[in-house]
Design a binder for this molecule. Structure first.
Ligand code: SF4
Length: 460
């Protein structure tokens, strides 16, 4: 009998994020008061990219049955020393975000020194190829599953190289279904029901690389999406739909109806202008289990927001029993201090006027591959490990200092998450469950922000 072909897939933790299992081991009281509610307050889900790689892995490679393990370092710290205790894997695959790139580089080093073949993919790798190749790993650009067969073939023949593997040029969304979710346990996440109904976005917001990396929105076939929904169990949590523009799916009505028939609650991200033009979708969503709709406004003057009556849109969402969640990004472009302050003031008034219970305030981060990176990439002052959209400014602004940017952002958050403000914003909610969950969401967010700004120099 041939030995198994062993594959370890790892999702490395971002710097400063507490592992969920460690947070979970604290007492409830400590969790509440120390704010270590990371996975519950951030709607955390298993790493979908690695699930897709698992799906794309053949059951047998060159006559050897495959044996595949997935490690989510965010849940529990992954220790490379286990490669010394059990049989070494034939290959290790890592999916990497920007803030986790140092941790990923460390894991590459640990695998390489043990002679294990290693391949690096994920969102950061796709836009920072030179940086990723510098770790010494084989590198996959774009959806990893497209290059996976080639990578496995090279591992099997002992010819995997420190170079770029790209796979097919066009996206292949048909036939991509999730494997059984046996790899994950609901206790470690907010939800293990994750659905990608499609990918991409037609807009080109300056801080986001989705359009560049994935192109315009493309929905998966209904014949793939519906069976996936049928596998979800209510007890595994609210369905988190990962699309950036879910309502753009050509068959969105059928998908929404199936979610409703299965009595599943769900969360989705939708775009402002498209939703306003298809306003009937909000009522359909409300009647079929939609609990939260996230709208990235980000900055009012972006093209995707042109002509949108936000107050009306948000009122419609609330009237249909859905919690509206809204995102803003501050510091885009090269604003003067006065422009920055007026952007913040406009957002502050808007949020309070609309009593929004769930808001994501971001300090702009110029991720590689974005227009923001072309503007600010030569003024970066913090390493990737500190890149956090709710953290310290990572570049030197053109018209004022990074400390000034930090102070303006942090003061806005302090005011925004103050108890009176939170209570006022929660007053629009209808049920005690919503109030409790949104209270802890706000509390958890602010604890995370406070931790990031603990060493902010005093202005005096
Ligand atoms: S609408 Fe959202 S996904 Fe699309 S480019 Fe803007 S931020 Fe990115």
């Amino acid at each position: 009998m041939d030995e198994d072909f062993k594959i370890d897939l790892i999702y490395p933790v971002e710097a400063g994020v507490e592992h969920h299992k460690e947070a979970g081991q604290r007492s409830l009281a400590r969790n509440l008061f120390l704010g270590e509610l990371s996975h519950k307050s951030s709607l955390s889900t298993p790493p979908l990219g690695l699930l897709r790689i698992a799906t794309a892995t053949p059951k047998i490679i060159d006559g050897r049955p495959t044996s595949l393990r997935i490690f989510d370092d965010v849940v529990e710290p992954f220790s490379p020393s286990q490669w010394d205790m059990v049989e070494k894997p034939d290959v290790v695959g890592i999916s990497c975000t920007t803030a986790a790139s140092d941790r990923a580089a460390y894991l590459v080093w640990e695998a390489t020194r043990r002679g294990i073949a290693i391949v690096l993919g994920g969102p950061h790798t796709t836009v920072a190829i030179e940086d990723s190749l510098g770790t010494g790993a084989a590198v996959v650009k774009g959806p990893g599953e497209l290059a996976w067969q080639e990578v496995l073939g090279a591992v099997n023949s002992g010819t995997l190289e420190n170079r770029l593997y790209e796979g097919a040029n066009e996206r292949v969304l048909e036939g991509v279904t999730l494997p059984s979710r046996e790899f994950f346990s609901i206790g470690d996440y907010y939800s293990i029901n994750v659905l990608s109904a499609g990918e991409g976005c037609p807009y080109g917001c300056p801080f986001c690389s989705t359009n560049m990396v994935k192109g315009s929105y493309e929905g998966r076939e209904l014949s793939d999406v519906l069976p996936e929904i049928d596998q979800f169990r209510v007890e595994d949590g609210m369905v988190i739909i990962t699309d950036d523009n879910f309502f753009m799916h050509p068959n969105v009505r059928q998908i929404i109806q199936r979610l409703g028939e299965r009595e599943l609650e769900w969360f989705a991200t939708v775009s402002t202008r498209f939703t306003e033009k298809n306003i009937d979708l909000i009522e359909l969503a409300g009647k079929n289990g939609c609990r939260i709709l996230f709208l990235g406004i980000d900055r009012f003057d972006l093209p995707k927001n042109r002509g949108v009556d936000f107050d009306r849109l948000l009122a419609e969402i609330k009237a249909n029993g859905i919690i509206p969640s809204v995102g803003f990004v501050f510091g885009l472009g090269n604003p003067t201090e006065q422009q920055l302050n007026s952007e913040m003031e406009e957002a502050r008034r808007f949020i309070m006027r609309n009593t929004l219970p769930m808001v994501h305030l971001s300090n702009s981060v110029p991720y590689p591959g974005t227009q923001e990176f072309s503007l600010k990439g030569d003024r970066i002052v913090r390493p990737f490990s500190q890149w956090d959209t709710q953290g310290r400014t990572v570049y030197e602004p053109m018209h004022f200092s990074a400390d000034t940017m930090d102070r303006c952002y942090f003061e806005l958050c302090q005011e925004f998450y103050s108890l009176p403000n939170v209570l006022r914003r929660l007053s629009s909610l209808r049920s005690m469950r919503d109030v409790m969950e949104m209270f802890f969401y706000n509390f958890g967010r602010f604890q995370h922000i406070k931790k990031n700004f603990a060493d902010l120099p005093s202005s005096k």
